[in-house]
Design a protein around this ligand. Structure first.
Ligand code: ATP
Length: 366
């Protein structure tokens, strides 16, 4: 379904929209409403053409796959992809994840995943220090290999019950490590605190993660203007809680960064707050923007999901499309919303998804 055609518009962006499962459609509607409100008042400067794809677990029920065979080709025709969430009880998690989200990330070589963690006014963090220190993290996740390379297999089930073996290998390439680490340093240069912290578990994983550490040291030498340090992932989990003000950009492998960004967003107040972008930095393929949270089956369909992670993901998408001021305005509107006490239930308030979304749209005008 394509909407909003107006020939007088100067910049028209083709967005593929995949609401997916659970709360996905609810929060994606929120993000679309915010971007459409900005487009409507841009005086024809820009507009979004949304094309919705019904891929996900319901689609799987009907077609036996999460997306059609030519899905990636259809996505390639767009400027960006706006994604909700994937995962429902009718499909095993590893099937739904590999069949849709990972297929898109890997098929379109969206090798960098950025996950900003912001602390919002009016939202109480479980971190005592967050009341006084200004905390602002960017988790940069290697998004194409590492623990999610999908290398391995299951075998020997012929031995009978209890006899099967499974092998799951991580893949670390020098090219893959270097491009994500360099990307993290470039991101750090754009921040008020130019610092990159690399996270591995190289004491235990002595091949791939030692390679990562060596590449990190080599790349860091090219950025003398950016502070850098390294940390083991277990120590890093403690540092997020105990010394969060020491962190700015945190770069880690696929699995480690996934875990740390959930920790970061929970410390900021809720998983519902966190935004993310799966980027193909060379812009050979469309990038994909999605909230960090999953399909949240426990609250799906009740209209109470926190839309802020999805709305801020839409802001990242606008920035990626070259609409920098739109991204800044959306973030300011979110801050004004939480500061005024309009908080969804996961943040201790009583506002449902639509009330939060309407407040953000109203605050765009200020
Ligand atoms: P995934 O593996 O895809 O990350 P998950 O099942 O581990 O998914 P979520 O679906 O993100 O995790 O849900 C984890 C918890 O966070 C649930 O209790 C859910 O209700 C809550 N949650 C997630 N997203 C939101 C949201 N947008 N608003 C409110 N609560 C949320």
């Amino acid at each position: 379904m394509t909407t909003g055609r107006d020939p007088a518009v100067t910049r028209r962006f083709q967005i593929a929209c995949i609401p997916g499962d659970g709360v996905g459609p609810e929060v994606v509607n929120a993000g679309r409403a915010v971007l459409d409100a900005l487009a409507a008042e841009s005086g024809g400067e820009f507009a979004f053409d949304w094309t919705s794809f019904d891929w996900g677990s319901e689609y799987y029920q009907r077609h036996g796959q999460m997306m059609p065979d030519d899905g990636l080709e259809r996505l390639r025709e767009h400027d960006a992809i706006y994604f909700g969430a994937v995962g429902w009880e009718n499909v095993p998690d590893h099937v739904s994840l590999w069949g849709l989200r990972l297929r898109i990330c890997q098929g379109l070589d969206q090798w960098a995943n950025i996950r900003p963690v912001r602390f919002l006014p009016g939202v109480t963090s479980p971190l005592r220090v967050a009341d006084t220190a200004e905390l602002d993290w960017l988790v940069v996740r290697e998004n194409s290999e590492g623990e999610y390379a999908g290398l391995g297999g299951r075998n020997l089930s012929g031995r009978g019950p209890g006899g099967e073996v499974a092998l799951q290998s991580s893949l670390f390439t020098e090219v893959g490590c270097e491009r994500i680490i360099r990307f993290a340093f470039e991101q750090a240069r754009m921040r008020s605190r130019p610092k990159v912290t690399s996270v591995t578990k190289s004491n235990a994983q002595q091949y791939g993660m030692v390679l990562w550490d060596e590449v990190f040291a080599r790349v860091a030498a090219d950025y003398p203007d950016v502070e850098s340090d390294s940390c083991l992932v277990d120590a890093m989990a403690a540092r997020f809680v105990l010394a969060p003000e020491e962190l700015s950009v945190v770069v880690a492998s696929n699995l480690n960064a996934d875990i740390l960004s959930d920790l970061g967003s929970a410390l900021a107040g809720s998983l519902g707050l966190a935004a993310s972008a799966n980027l193909n930095p060379e812009r050979r393929t469309p990038s994909m923007f999605e909230p960090v949270h999953g399909s949240a089956p426990d609250i799906a369909g009740r209209g109470i999901a926190n839309p802020i992670g999805a709305i801020e993901s839409a802001a990242l998408m606008a920035e990626h499309l070259g609409l920098g001021d739109v991204g800044r305005r959306v973030r300011a509107a979110v801050e004004a919303t939480t500061a005024s006490g309009v908080l969804p239930r996961d943040l201790g308030g009583g506002a449902d998804t639509q009330v939060v979304t309407k407040a953000v749209v109203a605050n765009l005008a200020d």
